[in-house]
Write a protein that binds this ligand. Structure first.
Ligand SMILES: C[S@@+](CC[C@H](N)C(=O)[O-])C[C@H]1O[C@@H](n2cnc3c(N)ncnc32)[C@H](O)[C@@H]1O
Length: 207
């Protein structure tokens, strides 16, 4: 089946994307809802978590994406691959992640990844960036003690901005890393590597 065609970017502040998704019920989307949860924010076509879900059967993988056709495509691929530990949700993470995660059990969210989010270079578009104070607060609140947040980008100013938002949270310990700690690379990471661009990455652990 051909790849679904989508707009390269969508404006997350447009009225269409200002919606509150229904809170997810893990038992409705995963075969074993008690497994540790891995959340990939801004997962695009979801190939990273698709591969991760194949490799790590003892975790559940949730991809969150604002471009709805990619969510439908990801869920179709998960069904076709019989992956009952993989699911995709349509959500504007910069303003509605808290609604989506409202009902997840305490202590279940073990890993969060934020990889190469859109930089929105122009100053007047800064408010469109996915990683804002609200998203950081939500992620840290839901993360289990000992849980990890992995953030990477090839855009230096964006790295600084995102890392500083996480660094401002008292209950996170930063672990400096040079390599991607996961056995899979995202589409964007592969493209950046091919161009031999630098990647800025870090990891936080909740105390
Ligand atoms: C540059 S792509 C990177 C995709 C993937 N993480 C990778 O590394 O290949 C950024 C992705 O984040 C999605 N995105 C942007 N803003 C978002 C938001 N507010 N909520 C959810 N997804 C968002 C975009 O649609 C896009 O798929």
């Amino acid at each position: 089946m051909p790849r679904v065609r989508v707009h390269q970017h969508v404006n997350p502040l447009a009225p269409f994307y200002r919606f509150e998704p229904p809170p997810i019920e893990l038992s409705g989307i995963f075969a074993d809802a008690a497994l540790p949860l891995f959340l990939d924010l801004g997962c695009a076509r979801g190939r990273f978590i698709l591969k991760m879900a194949e490799l790590e059967k003892q975790q559940n993988f949730l991809g969150v994406e604002i471009r709805e056709p990619l969510v439908a495509e990801g869920n179709r691929l998960a069904r076709e691959a019989d992956l009952t530990n993989l699911h995709f949700e349509f959500c504007n993470a910069m303003m509605a992640l808290d609604h989506l995660l409202e009902n997840i059990p305490e202590g279940i969210l073990q890993t969060v990844t934020i990889q190469f989010p859109d930089p929105w270079f122009k100053k007047k578009h800064a408010k469109r960036r996915m990683v804002n104070a609200e998203l950081v607060e939500t992620v840290v609140r839901h993360l289990a003690p000992g849980g990890r947040i992995f953030v990477q980008t090839d855009i230096e100013f964006l790295a600084r901005e995102m890392f500083d938002l996480f660094r401002s949270r008292e209950n996170l310990r930063e672990i400096s890393i040079t390599e991607n700690p996961f056995p899979v690379k995202t589409e964007r990471e592969k493209a950046v590597e091919e161009k031999e661009l630098p990647v800025f990455r870090t990891m936080f652990v909740k105390e």
